[in-house]
Design a protein around this ligand. Structure first.
Ligand SMILES: NC(=O)c1ccc[n+]([C@@H]2O[C@H](COP(=O)([O-])OP(=O)(O)OC[C@H]3O[C@@H](n4cnc5c(N)ncnc54)[C@H](OP(=O)(O)O)[C@@H]3O)[C@@H](O)[C@H]2O)c1
Length: 346
């Protein structure tokens, strides 16, 4: 049987803030039957992840593009790969059977043809919604868990600051930190998000960074004795303000610098004298460095979800056509929690 597969592409490299007009939907006719001897797997995409790092892949150049395969350049007119949950339509790979649910590297499209050796595994939803397996129980969750526990090496009672705290990674970091017994403050870009952090997710304090004129003074007011751990999702001036408020031997996990992705003129310039004399450790990391603790992360997080100790936030848009707007919205703070697009019903 042949079907029309629609998929999202960029029209040209995207070197500034993304706009919906940078994207278009293409279509191709594909066969849902495999040629004899093929070891490919054809999947129907159900839920796909929408992530800020994709912007660095869409640029004509970013140093990130040569770091790992997952960050490889995206070329105009070509399909864009992403993490997602899908259903097997046909498979020549003995690991997968028709109708299996799978999670792995699919595409911003309706169907994906996955070569043998591609990042794909059978999915046991374990009673959770399929969308949880796109973010909270997948790379966003692993990023939060590994970045917090492995990079920041937290201790009970330490004081933790999280930026982009209502986002996919940030809202999980804050909850892991509260469960460990830390004092947690988050920042976000709207009053609605601030209220959610305090009232629903149990953050000790939260503030709207867009309403603050002196970030150093703001952080000082929430951390009069200093910040032990800063989980940095944004970079630039927030990182500078955090460095100036860090305690002795403080740790900064640089998870991402979203405020610098679309504005090359904006760069964190932390006071390096502070870094030296306060013996601050600043470490970048990638979730893919921590696949060795995926099982531990998954079982701990599933327990927290089942006991209601952790509340995942998801922001799901409907339909392939919504991908460009969903993606652009990340850079304008339009999402609350993990941004996902639902492509099709199971
Ligand atoms: N190291 C890794 O392996 C890894 C893995 C996943 C993600 N990341 C990084 O982690 C960060 C968060 O990613 P995510 O997937 O959780 O995205 P997200 O937080 O769900 O969405 C992005 C959020 O960033 C905030 N933001 C956008 N532009 C901003 C700006 N100019 N200044 C300050 N905040 C801005 C917005 O929230 P506000 O309302 O707060 O502005 C927006 O909702 C990103 O930097 C991403 O690249 C790293």
């Amino acid at each position: 049987m042949e079907v029309t597969n629609r998929y999202v592409v960029i029209k040209a490299h995207v070197d500034g803030p993304p706009k919906e007009s940078h994207f278009e939907i293409k279509s191709e006719v594909i066969s849902l039957e495999l040629e004899a001897g093929s070891e490919d797997t054809i999947v129907k995409n159900l839920y796909v992840s929408i992530d800020p790092y994709q912007i660095n892949r869409m640029k004509s150049y970013s140093s990130s593009q040569s770091s790992i395969n997952l960050a490889a350049p995206v070329n105009p007119g070509e399909g864009i790969d992403t993490y997602g949950v899908a259903k097997v339509v046909a498979s020549g790979n003995p690991e997968f059977q028709k109708d299996d649910l799978v999670a792995g590297l699919v595409s911003w499209g309706e169907y994906t043809v996955i070569k043998p050796g591609g990042l794909l595994k059978k999915l046991d939803p374990m009673g959770f919604p399929l969308s949880y397996h796109v973010g909270t129980l997948a790379f966003s969750g692993l990023t939060a868990y590994a970045g917090f526990f492995q990079v920041c090496k937290p201790k009970k009672g330490e004081k933790v600051f999280v930026s982009a705290a209502s986002g996919s990674v940030g809202h999980l970091v804050g909850q892991y930190a509260k469960l460990l017994g830390c004092y947690v403050v988050g920042c976000a870009g709207t009053d609605e998000k601030v209220a959610l952090l305090k009232e629903k997710l149990g953050f000790d304090h939260a503030f709207n960074y867009k309403e603050e004129t002196d970030l150093k003074a703001t952080l000082k007011s929430y951390f009069p004795e200093g910040i032990d751990i800063y989980f940095d999702n944004v970079g630039a001036e927030m990182q500078e303000a955090a460095v100036s408020n860090m305690s002795l031997f403080g740790r900064i996990a640089v998870c991402g610098v979203i405020s610098e992705y679309t504005n090359t003129g904006r760069k964190a310039s932390p006071d390096m004298i502070d870094v030296v004399y306060k013996r601050i450790k600043i470490q970048g990391f990638l979730a893919s460095d921590f696949l060795n603790i995926f099982t531990e992360f998954l079982s701990t997080t599933c327990d927290h979800l089942l006991t209601g100790k952790m509340k995942p936030l998801e922001d799901i848009s409907d339909g392939l056509e919504s991908i460009p707007l969903a993606f652009v919205g990340l850079f304008y703070g339009q999402n609350i929690g993990k941004k996902i697009v639902k492509i099709a019903d199971e």
